[in-house]
Design a protein around this ligand. Sequence first.
Ligand SMILES: *[C@@H]1O[C@H](CO)[C@@H](O)[C@H](O)[C@H]1NC(C)=O
Ligand SMILES: *[C@@H]1O[C@H](CO)[C@@H](O)[C@H](O)[C@H]1NC(C)=O
Ligand SMILES: *[C@@H]1O[C@H](CO)[C@@H](O)[C@H](O)[C@H]1NC(C)=O
Length: 365
Amino acid sequence: MSTPTLPILLFAVFASLFASTRCDHQSQKDAALFIFGDSVNDAGTNNYINTTAFFRANFPPYGETFFRYPTGRFTNGRLIVDFIAEYANLPLIPPYIQMKDGDFMGGANFASAGAGALVDTYKGYVVDLKMQLKQLEQLEKKLRKEMGSEKAKGIIKEGVYLISIGSSDYGAALFDPALFQSLSMEDYVGMVIGNITTVLQGIYKVGGRKFAMIGIGQLGCVPSMRILTRNGACSDEANKLAKLHNVALTAILAKLETQLQGFEYSYFDYYTTGSERIQYPSKYGFKEGKTACCGSGPYRGNSTCGGQRGVKEYSLCRHPEKYVFFDADHASERANRQFAQLMWNGSPSVIRPHNLKALFKHEGA
Ligand SMILES: *[C@@H]1O[C@H](CO)[C@@H](O)[C@H](O)[C@H]1NC(C)=O
Ligand SMILES: *[C@@H]1O[C@H](CO)[C@@H](O)[C@H](O)[C@H]1NC(C)=O
Ligand SMILES: *[C@@H]1O[C@H](CO)[C@@H](O)[C@H](O)[C@H]1NC(C)=O
């Protein structure tokens, strides 16, 4: 029998020290990421709810590029939020609906494809934004029980709340021909923004202080919109809604900052960054900015990717990284990576007043 030699003992001591500081580092120092909204952010929530294939992406070829299996993300690989988690030194953030008690590691994802700020948007098929807020309230209670009030409070307060919402409200409205006969676009946008504001105030009430809002992209120029217009032009109506929304959203964020003590935010100009890539794909390393990689019909603008949505036939490109759009409504992983990078350390021309790198670092007021 020999006693362990000094180097081995030392190694053991250092290894355990390293392990514990690493662990503490992740759970205490790095701000958590709480994710809300629609298919831009959904990492698999809708796999667990009673919905239809239109609101799901848990079949091939979704996920083929990075995960090598369909996770429920509406893209070939990772989402914007996956890259943000990586930049923030966090693990991939799992869907809240999939988490078990005691599982909390760096955040939770409440986003549900098709969800809107309005409860009526695709009602019965999605987890709407208000319900997502209720789930955050549930999670906060669980954290208090599991780790004590003080620690839970710190996690909620230092966390970043990353939200993408509104596209589904406008998408649903555009397919309802009667709607804008009884309601102006401005009034509809006002209703969407009003409901978003209520949820932001709700998150603030739970204790959240740092908000990252993804604006609406160039909705009228996604492949699924181009098949509704003459000659594949962008839909002016959809683009108008997106612009009205973004103007109203930035105004309400600036207002909340003055009204709510300690409220901090980042607004990402998804419209400009998206339209740049749609218009000048080669400038950003893409080959194609109008046609999707996966789908059918002109511009592959029919949302048949995967053959599970009532139509079996669809085409799939060989190199999704050459496309801005993976399917008729959603960006490719490569585009998502570029958006995430801009959100993380971009200039105020695209992410303002702070980028996410700064927002994550700020000590709560
Ligand atoms: C799911 O929804 C379908 C149609 O809306 C319904 O027939 C079915 O009973 C639901 N299933 C569950 C488990 O709620
Ligand atoms: C929220 O949306 C509903 C319609 O779903 C609307 O009646 C209500 O006025 C909106 N709330 C706010 C604060 O704008
Ligand atoms: C999508 O394709 C199917 C089958 O070809 C067709 O029935 C449907 O009308 C198409 N949808 C659109 C929006 O073009």
